[in-house]
Write a protein that binds this ligand. Structure first.
Ligand SMILES: Nc1ncnc2c1ncn2[C@@H]1O[C@H](COP(=O)(O)OP(=O)(O)O)[C@@H](O)[C@H]1O
Ligand SMILES: [Mg+2]
Length: 221
């Protein structure tokens, strides 16, 4: 039996919008097995990003639990939570979130926990892994959308995360480039045996992911 790596239990996240309460995540239960690939599909506003942030320890739930490898992460002190997030979770976002004044290599090196000689070597290795060996000295302004997302994926891989959480990773890319980014994410997963969670409104993911979760109005449907 494969181990459960990440679990959400009766997870809620409510926002106050003036007088109105927005139930962005409204009672989600899910289990993600170690090494599994999971697609989370839903329309805009369904609560996908909020759910992914809760799963990755970025955002605190209003109620409910997130359990990573038997640890209830929101019971941890902030510093300990940050440590787990940095070491065990990699994030990839729709708009890459790269620093424009730094090169691809520097962007990949920046958030790393590794120091010294290993830092540059490791950054070069992950940039090679994502197919950007020739672009390491380029700044984001000199990279295409697909290349920028590859840099962001390399950065996410720097600390060898067990789980890669991707929020609309192809949302800003044309369909051909999107295919190549999916190709990359799934090949990274087979090379590193990382658990892969991809949030998208793109039904194509259902052809690739082992499991697909549909979400609407903050609930799994
Ligand atoms: N920080 C916030 N403050 C208030 N409302 C928010 C906030 N973040 C998200 N929401 C609301 O929560 C709902 C779910 O948002 P989100 O998780 O971004 O959905 P998705 O990623 O599926 O498009 C939406 O109605 C959105 O407007
Ligand atoms: Mg979103």
């Amino acid at each position: 039996m494969t181990k459960i790596l990440l679990e959400a239990k009766n997870l809620h996240k409510f926002y106050k919008n003036g007088q109105k309460e927005v139930r962005a995540v409204n009672g989600v239960n899910l289990q993600i097995k170690k090494g599994q690939s999971v697609g989370i599909i839903g329309p805009s506003g369904a609560g996908k990003s909020t759910l992914l942030h809760l799963l990755g320890g970025i955002d605190k739930p209003s109620s409910g639990k997130v359990i990573l490898d038997d640890i209830e992460i929101y019971n941890l002190p902030d510093r300990e939570l940050a440590r787990i997030r940095n070491r065990r979770v990699g994030f990839v976002f729709q708009f890459y979130h790269l620093m424009p004044e730094f090169t691809a290599l520097e962007n990949v090196m920046l958030p790393s926990l590794i120091t010294g000689h290993r830092l540059r070597d490791r950054a070069e290795d992950v940039l090679k892994l994502v197919g950007l060996k020739e672009r390491i000295s380029h700044k984001p302004g000199e990279l295409s959308g697909g290349e920028s997302q590859r840099v962001a994926i390399a950065r996410a891989l720097m600390n060898e995360p067990e789980i890669l959480l991707c929020d609309e990773p192809t949302g800003n890319l044309d369909s051909k480039t999107s295919e190549s980014i999916y190709e990359l994410l799934f090949s990274v997963r087979s090379k590193t045996s990382a658990t892969l969670v991809i949030v998208t409104h793109d039904e194509h993911i259902s052809k690739r992911a082992e499991e697909v979760i549909h979400i609407k109005d903050g609930k799994i449907i």
